[in-house]
Design a protein around this ligand. Structure first.
Ligand code: TGC
Ligand code: FAD
Length: 387
């Protein structure tokens, strides 16, 4: 039985949402699953080619309106993220960073010229974006960023600093870079062929290997006055983008968990131990039942938050609840699923260990478990325990 059938999840979806989910699932089965273990093993992924395919599929910035974007509801976007992450968190990351971080920043805060210049090409996957917030010494606390943007006599902006762990940084055409100005933190639209911009890919990762992670170096990077995002001033700008990407992760992480559970379920039905299928043992059934319950509960939470987002009432604290719960539970499910596969569970031939390794990154990026715990703690108590 499909674990979501236990919760009659399909009944909560519209025909259009089911159709979008099935289309992305089929795409994943045909175009991504045959290659994912190799991409992960070799630590490289054809990000630019994939972006074109995902653009043709219509899922890059699909929840945004206009400029070549489909304008779907939040749940449909979440389901697309889930199907991508059922293949690999790194592939969902590509979709999140492009649509929810880079495109969303331009869509929400950009000038009409910036939107016209970048969004249609990004929706089509012809242009790839990245989002530079984290720095070597400022991750959970982006208010501590050192990257600076200063105006010179000609009115140009001059940026200096380093961004670290930037998804797609070294394959992007455009970087949204957040920097400290004399006034407040501002966002800049940076073509990556600008003088003074360089990107170095990070290697030797043990997680999110099918995703490009990079360092961005801004060395007297000169930008015209109109490179700034006019609609964002202060930390609320980048954090507003993070709400979008975190929402995608609430659905997405469950994709990795679902795929792990389904893999373990199939394995347990056919693997015989002590002359009986593994699935016939009570200890195995307890593992499977517990995983299915956590998965279903996570999906109900995701659906509830999705409908709140579509109604326009979702709060950042509610997004934190969803990210905190669903990533933590998905990681636990992937780890538990792996145990059912015994020694085979450590092979890339089966997905759970790859999902578990990836979810270690998902647990950290877009706000760590500790950050989201403190956001929820502050909402409950009114006390700020961050510092
Ligand atoms: P605080 O003083 O609370 O707020 C500063 C300003 O920001 C506003 N704000 C928000 N606005 C929108 N959405 C939110 N979630 C917001 N949270 C805060 C707030 O209203 C205020 O506005 P204003 O106008 O009064 O200035 O901020 P703080 O410095 O105490 O920090 C709060 C904290 C720790 C929660 C925040 O800094 C945080 O979320 N830290 C985590 C950083 C993070 O998540 N980085 C992610 C980088 S991108 C990434 O990881 C991509 S991974 C690739 C992929 O997604 O696949
Ligand atoms: P730190 O902030 O140094 O935290 C270290 C530990 O301290 C964590 O456990 C944290 O929870 C804990 N901690 C922090 N503050 C507190 C506190 N007040 N109380 C208790 N504990 C605390 N960033 C981008 O800008 N763009 C990207 O595209 C991007 N992609 C990424 C891709 C990958 C694969 C990874 C791994 C990261 C990516 N990041 C990206 C960076 C990510 O957002 C940061 O790693 C994350 O925000 C945490 O920052 P940090 O690594 O500096 O950890």
């Amino acid at each position: 039985m499909d674990p979501f059938e236990l919760y009659a999840i399909d009944g909560l979806l519209t025909d259009e949402e089911r159709a979008i989910r099935d289309t992305v699932r089929d795409f994943g089965a045909k175009e991504l699953r045959p290659h994912i273990a190799t991409w992960f093993d070799e630590g490289r992924v054809p990000a630019r080619d994939l972006a074109k395919q995902l653009g043709a599929l219509g899922i890059l910035g699909m929840h945004l309106k206009g400029y070549g974007c489909a304008g779907t509801g939040a749940v449909a976007y979440g389901l697309a993220c889930q199907e991508m992450e059922a293949v690999d968190s790194g592939l969902r990351s590509l979709v999140s960073v492009q649509g929810s971080l880079a495109m969303y920043a331009i869509h929400a805060y950009g000038s009409e010229e910036q939107k016209q210049e970048w969004l249609p090409g990004m929706a089509a996957g012809e242009k790839l974006g990245c989002f530079g917030l984290t720095e070597p010494d400022a991750g959970s606390n982006p208010a501590g960023m050192r990257t600076s943007a200063k105006r010179d006599a000609s009115g140009d902006w001059v940026l200096n600093g380093t961004k670290l762990w930037i998804t797609n940084g070294s394959v992007a055409d455009v970087a949204i870079v957040w920097a400290r100005t004399d006034d407040r933190i501002r966002g800049f639209v940076v073509p990556t062929d600008s003088n003074g911009f360089s990107a170095n890919e990070i290697h030797q990762k043990l997680s999110l290997r099918a995703s490009v992670s990079s360092e961005l170096v801004l060395d007297d990077l000169r930008l015209p006055a109109d490179a700034v995002l006019p609609g964002a001033a202060g930390l609320g700008g980048p954090l507003g983008c993070l709400n979008e990407a975190r929402f995608g992760i609430i659905f997405g992480s469950l994709g990795a968990a679902r795929d792990s559970l389904e893999t373990a379920l199939d394995y347990a039905k056919t693997r015989e131990v002590f002359d009986k299928p593994l699935a016939a043992y009570q200890l195995t059934q307890q593992k499977l039942a517990d995983m299915a319950v956590e998965l279903g509960n996570g999906m109900l939470l995701a659906m509830h938050l999705g409908r709140l987002k579509e109604a326009g009432t979702i709060t950042p604290e509610q997004v934190s609840v969803g990210k905190l719960n669903n990533v933590r539970k998905s990681l636990a499910i992937a780890r538990e699923a792996r145990t059912i596969l015994g020694a085979n569970g450590i092979s890339l031939e089966y997905s759970p260990i790859r999902h578990a390794a990836n979810l270690e990154s998902v647990l950290t990026y877009e706000g760590t478990t500790e950050v989201h715990t403190l956001v929820v703690g502050k909402a409950l108590t009114g006390e700020n325990a961050f510092s």
